[in-house]
Ligand binder design. Structure first.
Ligand SMILES: [Zn+2]
Length: 339
């Protein structure tokens, strides 16, 4: 099956390069040196313009995108390199020079975009200037504005960043499924191998199917208890999708890089009391000390429940894959609000 697909691609490549030669009077650049893998799989004399599936190398920034890209490549061929280690805060991650160099040699760099990887802006620009192809998928999945799901108080705060879009789109599994399809289409385009689109369609179906479990858990919370207080403005997509309200955030920003003022924290304490909030959903990758201090200030028995917000969990955690992470978060939210 894979061999047959490859022969078709090799034939298509021959046709394309033949047309290219006929159309162009410019001297052709020397053919790139084939890797061992492409020599083994490429019939003699075929230009190595399209990488063989096994040689396709994709670099993904976040662990969530890394998992989804990994599913596509496990099916269609190739290897994924995930830039951010498990447990990393993507708002606060910067790349090493080796990682910037790896962006340039990758067939594709898959990034979240929408400002999530604030520390990688220069790295993306430098790598792109050196020929890297950076594919930011967030802007293509119909992102929502910051402050979605916020109550009246939250909207006032979000108004300051009215034209900002929320980068945390993975909290809506249907948008992540769409992201998988877009990544697959991009890879199919750049490699000439339709298997990337076909495999991405399967990955998207798996995500959409698993979404039913997440919906079931979040729908099990009575409507008047669907009140979220989170560590920063990260759950807008979840609130928007499942009918939850974001009553407040410990850090009043879409980025963990911001710091709350004492006034912000006093406002949050007042909100927690007024809404009778029973749980603050923190972040396993961040310290919970601020959330604990706010909870203590209310004098109410508020639980601090860390969610897997911006990274998968460790391989032995309940959030080792993107789908498992979303189910784990839904179960933690439902358990925290109902219990
Ligand atoms: Zn965030």
């Amino acid at each position: 099956m894979r061999k047959a697909a490859f022969i078709l691609i090799a034939a298509a490549t021959l046709v394309i390069s033949a047309c290219g030669s006929a159309d162009s009077s410019a001297p052709q650049p020397p053919a790139p040196v084939s890797t061992a893998a492409s020599v083994a799989a490429t019939p003699a004399g075929t230009p190595a313009e399209s990488p063989t599936a096994s040689a396709v190398n994709v670099l993904a920034t976040t662990t969530m995108l890394g998992d989804v890209v990994g599913q596509i490549l496990a099916c269609a061929g190739g290897t994924v390199t995930v830039l951010m280690p498990t447990g990393t805060d993507p708002h606060d991650f910067s790349a090493s020079s080796d990682q910037v160099a790896a962006m340039v040699t990758a067939n594709l760099v898959v990034a979240n975009g929408l400002g999530l990887e604030a520390g990688l802006t220069d790295a993306f620009e430098n790598a792109a200037a050196d020929g890297a192809k950076v594919f930011e998928v967030g802007p293509l999945v119909n992102p929502i504005e910051l402050g979605a799901g916020a109550n009246e108080h939250g909207e006032e705060e979000a108004g300051q960043e009215h034209d900002s879009l929320d980068p945390h789109f993975w909290f809506d599994m249907n948008r992540m499924a769409l992201a998988a399809e877009l990544i697959g289409a991009e890879l199919a385009d750049s490699t000439g191998d339709g298997a990337y689109a076909t495999c991405a369609a399967t990955t998207a179906v798996n995500i959409r199917t698993a979404e039913a479990g997440v919906r079931s858990a979040l729908d099990s919370v009575p409507a008047d208890q669907r009140i979220l207080v989170t560590d920063h403005e990260a759950l807008g997509y979840l609130a928007d999708t499942y009918g939850y309200e974001i009553a407040g955030t410990v850090i009043p920003s879409s980025s963990t890089l911001a710091e709350p003022s004492s006034g912000d924290l006093a406002d949050l304490v007042a909100t927690l009391k007024a809404e009778g909030v029973t749980a603050i959903f923190a972040n396993v990758a961040q310290t919970t000390s601020l959330a604990e201090a706010v909870a203590a200030e209310t004098g109410m028995p508020i639980k601090i429940i860390p969610l897997y917000v911006e990274s998968l969990g460790a391989p032995d955690s309940p959030a080792a894959t993107y789908i498992a992470m979303m189910q784990a978060n839904a179960d933690l939210i439902a358990g925290g609000l109902k219990g």
